[in-house]
Design a protein around this ligand. Structure first.
Ligand SMILES: *[C@@H]1O[C@H](CO)[C@@H](O)[C@H](O)[C@H]1NC(C)=O
Ligand SMILES: *[C@@H]1O[C@H](CO)[C@@H](O)[C@H](O)[C@H]1NC(C)=O
Ligand SMILES: *[C@@H]1O[C@H](CO)[C@@H](O)[C@H](O)[C@H]1NC(C)=O
Ligand SMILES: *[C@@H]1O[C@H](CO)[C@@H](O)[C@H](O)[C@H]1NC(C)=O
Length: 748
């Protein structure tokens, strides 16, 4: 007993294992098979696959495509109402249903007829239409005339088919051509039909071998005529396949695409195709894809390379999304699509050469990459430096303020703009060197001519306040002051951009006199007054006052009308405030420099007054601030003047061109004013405002009516003795000279 019991248990274990293995493999196949139903929905009903948009129950199907899975005749079958679905194809938009055969039988005993008439009624709003190409209305019998009657709202149609035969022998298997069998086509677009038999064709003559006639709408390919259909009751009560064309009703592709929520072709790489039977559309996967286009991501790439029939590639096949490409195997060339890949002749390079070229190319690539990185880093560094300079120079504050005060006419230039304007600060564009830097002539993009001042040095403290000071300077607006147009903060030292004044400097007018113009006392007084007013304005504009710091005749510019324009006023803030930097400055400005400043390094408004005093001296003496007397050493005009004043011999110093007995009184008053300005003690010098008032008074002194004609005399005398003032070609410049003299008198 024991062994037998053992045997039974081992058998059970083996069976159990087998069952488990089967279960596993079954699950595996389920998992691998691409699903055509919605997730969580049954894929099939009985033997019939149910692909979406079809589905069992409303939640598993698109509206109108719902089927029931009903148990009938021992298996599960899908039904729509009482119509059984045999199979469904979502690729072709077709479905097969089981359609009943209608019959008419003659009862010889009581000469009566029995009918079994089917009708098929699919609603016009349903997705289904009878396929007009695959189905035929078919009658079978030896004395049978059946009508197919179609009537719905859109169609009214009736057609018929008659099948007649003499005897059994005239029938042939497979031939449906009127003898015992008749077929006729049906129109498109219908989903309803009914069968009617004609009573007068009632088999009453042939009942002894063929008592019944049959009629059915059937898939032509699925119906093969058999003589037994006539001679026996083989068709009676049978169901035959009928092909339905289904589609997503009832919009065209164009209409359907507009409503994205109801659009059925949801898969990517899917396309819409208008239905060929009735209104509506179908979905297809695009070329190179397969699957169910009605499901999200239902269309999957076809791996053409995995399937030799899918591609015409005899070389190396490469699958891509939606396609594939084909290459010849390494070392060959030719047309891989056609199977014509040939061995390369010169491909037999030694390995060492290949290796060497490979390494060479890689090294080159690495080098290039490093170079690029280096260049990028350098660029970044430069940008950072510029940014740092900008911030250090108070650029942020300045930008904010400029933003607040619109229409200031003040601009922050970039370094590139200024480089472009001055041809990269080329030597040829240099207008002059000042104590604090170099001035370049520049032409901006909008063709404005400007003077660009590049400072030499700048201290840490000044750097921080640069932006603030720029803001103050930008607000200066006086007819006798050169306008500050903007600045640039991106560079190591700040750059200022001024309006360009065309007619040279006062220095040139007095000492070089390239214009060949006689400068009358009147004109000299006017220029002095204009300059003094400008300085007084600067001193009064802000608190603490703006100090020019570098007043000299070469910083007083003259415009087209010989109006004085004080320039370089921004320079004072660049002025060094410690001993070390001081030396560099003094060189440029000697002769004008306030002696007090030399001791304190502290610029005050009175420093400007002192320097202005020297300019006044230049105007009345026609001598430079530092000049050579004969062959002697350099003489300082101011100290020379002061000692001459003391010794009452200051008349010696006066400019011959204005020496005039009538004017002596005014000239000595100017000399007194200059003396006051040159006072060693800053405190005792007059204010700039007072200097301007005094000059104005002196100027008005002359404007007596009896003096009106003195100007013409002056011009006459100038013209009668031109050689003393200008070159030999004076006659040709006759009118020009005359005009210049008039201009310079009036300052217009
Ligand atoms: C659909 O059914 C017909 C007849 O029942 C059969 O011949 C055909 O192979 C079936 N097609 C599919 C895709 O199952
Ligand atoms: C679509 O069908 C509805 C009824 O289901 C009908 O009212 C409508 O006119 C049809 N539209 C088209 C374009 O056939
Ligand atoms: C059968 O058809 C014949 C004419 O072919 C007709 O005379 C006869 O009445 C029909 N029989 C029935 C039962 O309708
Ligand atoms: C294959 O070769 C034939 C000629 O032999 C040529 O006409 C055809 O274009 C080729 N096919 C491809 C895909 O290149």
């Amino acid at each position: 007993m024991e062994p037998e019991g053992n045997f039974v248990t081992t058998r059970i274990v083996i069976l159990w294992r087998l069952f488990l293995i089967r279960l596993l493999t079954l699950q595996l196949t389920f998992a691998l098979a691409p699903t055509n139903a919605l997730p969580g929905c049954p894929q099939r009903c009985g033997d019939v696959e149910i692909p979406y948009p079809f589905g069992i129950g409303p939640s598993c199907s698109r509206e109108g495509f719902t089927l029931n899975c009903t148990f009938s005749d021992g298996t599960y079958k899908p039904f729509l109402n009482n119509i059984e679905f045999l199979n469904i194809s979502f690729l072709l938009g077709q479905a097969r249903i089981a359609n009943g055969v209608s019959s008419q039988c003659y009862n010889s005993k009581n000469h009566s007829l029995t009918y079994n008439n089917w009708q098929m009624n699919l609603a016009a709003s349903s997705p289904y239409r009878f396929s007009s190409t695959l189905n035929k209305f078919t009658t079978v019998g030896c004395d049978t005339l059946a009508y197919i009657a179609i009537s719905d709202t859109a169609h009214r149609y009736r057609s018929g088919c008659v099948s007649v035969c003499e005897d059994k022998e005239s029938l042939t298997n497979g031939s449906c051509s009127g003898i015992g069998c008749c077929q006729t086509a049906i129109p498109k677009g219908i989903g309803y039909y009914a069968v009617r038999f004609d009573d007068n064709f009632n088999s009453s003559d042939t009942y002894w071998f063929s008592p019944c006639g049959y009629a059915v709408l059937v898939e032509e390919g699925a119906f093969e005529f058999s003589t037994s259909y006539v001679t026996t009751g083989a068709l009676r009560g049978r169901k035959l396949p009928l092909v339905l064309d289904w589609a997503v009703r009832n919009k065209t592709c164009r209409q359907a695409r507009r409503n994205t929520t109801s659009y059925a072709c949801v898969s990517d790489n899917s396309e819409c195709v208008d239905s060929g039977n009735g209104p509506g559309y179908l979905c297809n996967c695009s070329k190179g894809y397969q699957g169910n286009p009605y499901l999200p991501h239902g269309c999957r790439d076809i791996d053409e390379c995995a399937n030799k029939n899918g591609s015409s590639c005899s070389g190396v096949c490469h699958n891509t999304q939606g396609g594939y490409w084909c290459s010849c195997p390494p070392g060959t060339h030719g047309n891989p699509y056609n199977g014509t890949c040939y061995q390369n002749q010169n491909q037999k390079l030694p390995l060492a050469v290949k290796l060497a070229t490979g390494i060479g190319i890689s090294l080159l690539l690495i080098l290039i990459i490093f170079l690029c990185i280096h260049i990028i880093c350098e660029k970044r560094k430069l940008i950072k430096v510029k940014e740092k300079n900008f911030q250090e120079h108070g650029g942020k504050l300045l930008l904010e303020e400029i933003g607040k005060q619109q229409g200031l006419g003040f601009k922050i230039f970039t370094e590139e703009e200024l480089e472009q304007a001055t041809n990269k600060f080329h030597r040829n564009n240099i207008l002059g060197h000042g104590g604090y830097g170099t001035v370049y002539k520049g032409i901006l993009k909008d063709n404005r001519v400007v003077a660009i001042k590049k400072a030499k040095i700048i201290g840490e403290r000044q750097k921080k306040e640069f932006g603030k000071e720029m803001l103050i300077l930008s607000q200066i607006n006086h007819k006798n002051i050169v306008k500050l147009l903007g600045c640039c903060l991106q560079v190591e030292v700040p750059i200022l951009v001024y309006e360009y004044v065309s007619n040279g400097t006062l220095f040139q007018l007095i000492h070089r006199n390239s214009h060949g113009i006689h400068l009358s006392l009147e004109a000299r007084l006017r220029i002095a007054l204009e300059s003094a007013e400008a300085l007084a304005y600067l001193h009064s504009l802000a608190s603490p006052p703006i100090i020019h710091g570098d007043i000299k005749s070469s910083n007083i510019l003259l415009d087209d009308h010989f109006t004085a324009k004080v320039s370089d006023f921004g320079a004072s803030m660049l002025a060094p405030r410690d001993e070390a930097q001081f030396v560099t400055l003094v060189q440029g400005t000697c002769g004008y420099l306030d002696p007090e400043y030399l001791q304190t390094y502290q610029l005050t408004t009175k420093s400007d007054v002192y320097s202005f005093g020297v300019v006044l001296l230049e105007l009345i003496t026609g001598k430079k601030a530092l000049y050579f007397e004969g062959n002697e050493e350099e003489t300082n005009l101011s100290s020379n003047f002061l000692s001459a004043m003391k010794e009452n011999r200051f008349g010696e110093l006066l400019d011959d061109r204005i020496k005039n007995d009538e004017e002596m009184e005014r000239i000595s008053e100017i000399a007194q004013l200059a003396k006051a300005c040159l006072n060693v003690k800053g405190e005792e010098r007059p204010l700039m405002k007072e200097v301007a008032e005094e000059l104005d008074r002196l100027r008005k002194m002359k404007q007596h009516p009896w003096d009106q004609h003195s100007n013409p005399t002056e011009i006459e005398s100038l013209l009668s003795n031109p050689s003393s003032y200008c070159g030999a070609e004076i006659t040709s410049h006759y009118s020009l000279e005359k005009k210049a003299v008039l201009n310079i008198e009036s300052g217009r």
